[in-house]
Every structure is written in structure tokens, then in C-alpha cells.
Design a protein around this ligand. Sequence first.
Ligand code: AMP
Length: 612
Amino acid sequence: MNTRENEIILGIDLGTTNSLAAWYAPGGPEVIGAGDDALVPSVIALEHGAATVGTAAKARAVLNPLGTVYSVKRLMGRGLADLADELGFLPYHVVQGAHDTVRVEVDGRLLSPQELSAIILGEVRHRAEQALGRPIAKAVITVPAYFDDAQRQATRDAGRIAGLEVLRIVNEPTAAALAYGLDRRENATIAVYDFGGGTFDVSILHVEGGVFQVLSTHGDTHLGGDDLDRALIDLITGEIRDRFGEALSFPPATRQALRQFAEATKIRLSAEPSAAVEIDLGEGRAYRRTITRGQFETLAAPWVERTIGACREAMDAAGVAPGGIDEVVMVGGSTRIPMVVRRVGEVFGREPYTAIDPDRVVALGAAVQAGILGGHRRDMLLLDVTPLSLGIETLGGAMGKLILRNSTVPCKASEVFTTSADGQTSVDIHVLQGERELVADCRSLGRFKLAGLPPMPAGAPRIRVTFMIDANGILHVRAVEERSGRTASIQITPSHGLTGEEVQRMVRESWTHAREDMTAHRMIDLRNEAGRILAAIDKALANVPGALDDAQQRRLDDAVARLKALLGGGDPDAVYEAMTAANEAAAPLTEAQMDAVLSRTVKGRKLDEVGE
Ligand code: AMP
């Protein structure tokens, strides 16, 4: 393969509903485009001899259904006879063409699925060229594992029509496994579960010596998140009819709004335990109810169980028992549903990988393949040791390290933390990477919340935070409040996006700044400690008023004022001295307080004895 070092090879996920591109950036695979802009809806509007692609085309679907082509991936390399099940879903005209392939007919013009896919690929390529500021002529494109030769050939042709030399057609599940670095596994069996908006498939792969083999694949090309939206719509419209009468009908605009509303509710329930639903029906009538995650799970269960059945069949077909699956990878937007992750984990007996965005994992994997073909991969770090330290943010903005750099992977470390305020019912856990002492100088890898803690006094909860880096360089962080058993966790891939050079720079900076960092970290610790002392003094003054004579009170006031004044500065030694002085000045107060407590206890005991 002749590829120049600086030549860009795109990795393209050409999807049924959305397409997107990634490339092998200097720091590793990266999706091209930010946020939702990265996704190009795989929709083409053909009007007046011109084609529009993406979001603008999608907007034409309602006004011009015959000229708006979507789901063209379903037509690739297929004849009319193959498409009996599909045609009912497609509003545009599909007709028989030459060599037992289909054509889409728009305004009397016949277009092959390859040409239509090429229009999408052309748009993806154009956006990538704009974003990267360079012409692009080569690509790796992904296809489902179940695509046959004709479908793969059609995809290759679509690339050629779009002016791209297609260096490789890669299976989507293989790409997902590549994104997680599973090609480096000596010998492993991997399940890739892909649950999107309109399609579902599961593949069992085997990897050995960097070579992937698809052992089996199963699925349903008409099962997806859309079904769950419809189940929610049925629930809502059913209840509206029950409550407000049979006659209530819904015009198309309302149905469309309901669909969007149902999807938003479903997405909300992936993050929250319940979602409020309120629909204004006009004429002073309103439908209101709260849907809990549990209720949604009951509703979604039949569909999720169908996917679980397919997982069992795929294992049977591959001749693998659940105990024989080494890794599980999640792909597709619907795998963000917590119940899906749970059930997939149960059927394969493994916690699935979810760290990489399930909508981007295939494109990222295609970029890894592009990086291998372009010869870029060799300067990536081999993650047999962790290149930078990992830890969490502690009180006052300091970095508390749990795993030190150069620890051999896999590795595990845990530490117990507590709360700083009374009655705290949740704790934010901020995961960091870097060598410096302050949060602001480290790289933020992610955050999560440990919620639902029973209110306890500050310092009482025992929050055990465990960091574990597995053999693939994936960081698993888990927090457990040991008294209540509440747990929360997150997965992070620290391997993506850092080059050897960046790591070197971060390590170098930590040496250069070592002295100032240490001072800053010490100041944070001292401020926290001083805060506790000052609060204790205030409390004691309130508990035992009049315990100090005038001279003692003046000495204490002076010491407290001096300590407060020094806290804003940056001299840890001076703060330490002032803190010690304040502590000493408060000693008579502490004694008086202890006496008060003792006498109360003694009185209490006497009362008990009288009662006996
Ligand atoms: P994909 O085809 O992979 O882009 O997946 C799209 C599907 O994922 C749609 O049905 C979305 O409603 C669904 N989806 C996206 N995000 C979430 C989420 N957070 N929870 C549940 N479903 C989601």
C-alpha cells in the first residue's frame, strides 16, 4: 500500500439513518465535526434536478415524500424480490433496474442506490475537506457484518462514484472492536451488540494475531429505538383516549410532535428515574402523568428481550457459551438505555464496554483501520503501562492521585473519601489525568455523581472510590458509600487521544512546576484544615458562652483575625503558625466544652439510676 505519511484516509460509517467520518489525527482517532454537526443524516432531497443532503434534506420529507430518499442503505446491492419486506416502509418509488438491481425513481429520473449513497459520501467527504483544510481521496468504509458480496461491492462503487478510493470495506462490529483496541488481544472472543434507531444486530467475533473473524451474526433489520418510541406513543394516546373519549383523533402534525416528544421522554429516562409528561389538548384539557423508568422498562421489555434472544442464537451459531465471551462492545444510540446494558451484561456474563460514544464508535474504529493502513499507528503508545497518573478532584481543587504513572496495566487502587458538608445527599466525582497537583492543571476525563446518600453529618459517610484499568486500557471508576451501599460508576478510555509527545509534555511540566504546585496543594490543605478549626471555635463559643475571661477572649480574637487574614495569601508556613496559635488560644474553650459535656453525661447517668 502506497500512502504518504501526511495523506488523510477517512474512516466512514455509512449508516442507514446517519453517516459520519473520522480520521487518524496526530493524537489518535477523532470524529470530524463537533457535536451533532458531525452526523450527516443519510437523507437526500431531489428537487429541480439538484440534490440536498443531511438535515436540510430531512426537513423536506413531509413536504416532498416522493423526492426525499432515506434508508438507501437498505437498497444497496439488492433486487426487487429481495426487498419485499422493505418496500412497505419506503414512501418513494423503487423500481426494477438492470442486472436484478433496483432503481429509485424521482421525477421520471432513475437513480441507482450506489449513486444515491455516493451523494451522501460526497457530502461527508466535502465536510471533512472543509474541516481539515485538505483534499481527501481515500477512505475506509464500514458495512454490516451480514452484507453479502453484492452489497459490499455496491458500497465500494458508491465510494468510487464519490471520487474516493476505497482502501478497505470493514465490518461494523470489527470497527467497533478496533475502536476499543481489541485487535491487540492475543486470542479473544468478542460480542458486538448494535442496537440503533431502526436496526438491530449482534455479531460474535474472534480475534487472534490482529485478525478478526466473524463467527456468527444475527439480528432484525426492522427493530430499533423507533419501536420503543412507538410503544410510548401507544401508551400515551391510549390513556388520552380512555380519559377524554374515543372520538379524539390526532392530526399528522400532532402525531409527529408526539413522536418527538416520546423520543425525548425515552432519552430522559436513560438519565433520570422518572419523566413528567404534559400535553395540552386544547379546550382547557390537559393530559398529565409521570412515567417512571420502571414503567418504561416494562413497556420496552418485549423488544429488548427479542434482542437478548438474538444474542443467545448468535452464541449458539458460533458454538460459544456465555462463559466463552471475553469482551462485549456496545454500538448504537439505543444502548444508552440502562436496561439494555444490564440485560446484555447478564446474557453474556460480562460488563459491556460503553466508554466510547455508541454513535461514534464505528467511525472511530474505521479511522483506526485507516491509521493502520496509513502507517500512522506505530507512534501510538502501547498501553502496557499507564502513561499518566489518574485520580479525582478533592476538596478545594486539589488532585488526589489513585494510580500513579507508569503503573503496569491491568491495575487497581482504591481509597476512602468523605463529605465536607452536613446532610450531603450526593457527591460529584471528577476523574482526572495528569502529574500536576491542581485540578486546573490536569486533564478532565469525566465526571459522575453518587446520589441518593442518606443525610449524615460531614465526615460520616465512607465513600470508597476504586480505579481499575483493564488490559485494554479502559479505566473503570466506581464509588460506593459503604454505610448505605449506594454505588455509581463510569468507564473512560484514556488510551484515545494522547500522543507520546503530549504525555512527555505533561510529565515535563509537572517537574518544572513541582515547587509551585506543592505550595499550592499545601495551601489548599491548610485552608481546609483552618476552615474546620474556625468552625469548631465558633461552635464552642456558642456552646459554652462566658467560658473565657477577657484576656483569653482577646488572645483568641487576635489569633482568629490573624489566621483569617493569612488564608487569602500564599504563604503556607505563616498559615501553619497562625493556625497553631489559634488552636492554642482556643485550648481553654475546648476544655470548658469538654467539662460541659462530661457534666451532662454524669447528670444523665444519675437520672437513669434514680429511675431504676
Ligand atoms: P443510532 O441509529 O445508532 O443513531 O441510534 C439512534 C437511536 O438511539 C434512536 O432511536 C434514539 O432515540 C436512540 N437514543 C439516542 N440516545 C438515547 C438515549 N440516551 N437513551 C435511549 N435511546 C437513545
